[in-house]
Design a protein around this ligand. Structure first.
Ligand SMILES: [Zn+2]
Length: 285
C-alpha cells in the first residue's frame, strides 16, 4: 500500500494524469450509481441480476460502458427502442467530474474522503429527484464512512500534531462525532420549528441523516454549513418556479428538492468550506 505522502507526491507531479484516471473511475462509479438509484429505493439487490432493459432483455456489457454506450444507442434501447432516460449518462458524467475535480483540487487525504462522499451525495440526489424516496442505507453509510475515515485519516480534520499518532485519531474522531451530534440536533430543530411554522412537514428524516453525515466529514461547521447553505441553495432552485407561480397566479411548487440542495452545499463545503468561513470572518473586520 502506498503511503499518504506517496499518493500526494504522485498527485502533485502528475495532476492531470491522476485527475483523468480518477475521472474514468468516477464514470464507472456513476454507472454503478445508476443501478443503485434504480434498485435501492424499491428494495432490490444491487449485485444481481445483471442489468437488463425495462423490456426484460439482458444488456450486453459493451452497451453498459459509461456514456459511450448511451451515445452509440442515441438514447434508445437496442432491443425494444424504448427511450433510455438522460439520467443515466448525466449521473455517469457527474460521477466522473466529481472524482476528477476532487483529485485535481484537493490534497490526497481529502481527495480519498471525497471519493466516498461525492458518489454517495450523487446517489442520494438521484434517488430524491427520481422517486422522492431517499433510502436510509446509503445515507447511514455516509455517517459510518465519515466516522471511519476520521479515524483512518485524522488529517482530514486537521489533526496530525500530537506526540502520539493515536491521539490524532482520537481527536479527529471527536471532531467527527461532535459534527454528527450537531448535524442531527440542528436539523431536528429546524425541522420541528419549520413544521410548527409552516404547518406541514418541512424536512424529511433523510435530511437529518445527511447533515449528520456531513458532520462526520466536516465537523460541526460542515454540518451547519450544509444545513443553512442547503436552505439557500434550495431557495435559489425554487425561486424561478415561485416567481412563475406569482405571475400566473397559480399555486407554487409543492416542495423544495431539499436533499439535492443539501448535497450541493455539502460538496461546496468539502471543496472550499474553510476558505468560505475565513472570508466571512474577514468581512466583519
Ligand atoms: Zn428493451
Amino acid at each position: 500500500m502506498p503511503t499518504l505522502i506517496e499518493i500526494e507526491q504522485l498527485r502533485e507531479h502528475h495532476a492531470f494524469a491522476v485527475a483523468s484516471i480518477a475521472g474514468i473511475i468516477g464514470l464507472c462509479i456513476g454507472s454503478f450509481l445508476n443501478v443503485c438509484a434504480h434498485r435501492i429505493p424499491t428494495g432490490k439487490s444491487i449485485v444481481s441480476p445483471p442489468s437488463s432493459c425495462a423490456c426484460g432483455q439482458r444488456i450486453p456489457f459493451w452497451l453498459n460502458i459509461p456514456v459511450i454506450g448511451w451515445l452509440t444507442l442515441r438514447g434508445k434501447a437496442r432491443c425494444c427502442g424504448q427511450a433510455i432516460s438522460l439520467r443515466y449518462p448525466l449521473l455517469e458524467v457527474a460521477g466522473g467530474l466529481a472524482l476528477a475535480a476532487a483529485w485535481f483540487w484537493l490534497p490526497a487525504d481529502r481527495a480519498i474522503a471525497a471519493s466516498f462522499l461525492l458518489p454517495i451525495l450523487l446517489l442520494l440526489t438521484a434517488c430524491d429527484i427520481d422517486s422522492m424516496l431517499v433510502p436510509d442505507g446509503p445515507n447511514f453509510l455516509l455517517v459510518a464512512i465519515g466516522l471511519t475515515l476520521a479515524v483512518a485519516l485524522p488529517s482530514i480534520h486537521g489533526e496530525g500534531g500530537h506526540s502520539l499518532a493515536i491521539l490524532d485519531r482520537i481527536a479527529s474522531l471527536e471532531t467527527a462525532l461532535v459534527g454528527v451530534a450537531v448535524g442531527t440536533a440542528a436539523t431536528w430543530w429546524v425541522r420541528t420549528l419549520g413544521t410548527v411554522f409552516f404547518g406541514k412537514e418541512a424536512m424529511g428524516e433523510a435530511d437529518i441523516i445527511l447533515c449528520a453525515g456531513m458532520g462526520a466529514f466536516g465537523g460541526w461547521q460542515g454540518a451547519l454549513f450544509t444545513l443553512f447553505g442547503g436552505a439557500i441553495v434550495g431557495l435559489v432552485l425554487v425561486l424561478p418556479s415561485l416567481i412563475r407561480a406569482r405571475i400566473k397566479n397559480s399555486p407554487g411548487p409543492a416542495s423544495v428538492p431539499f436533499v439535492p440542495s443539501l448535497a450541493i452545499a455539502g460538496a461546496i463545503w468539502f471543496f472550499r468550506g474553510n476558505e468560505l468561513v475565513e472570508m466571512w470572518m474577514n468581512l466583519g473586520r
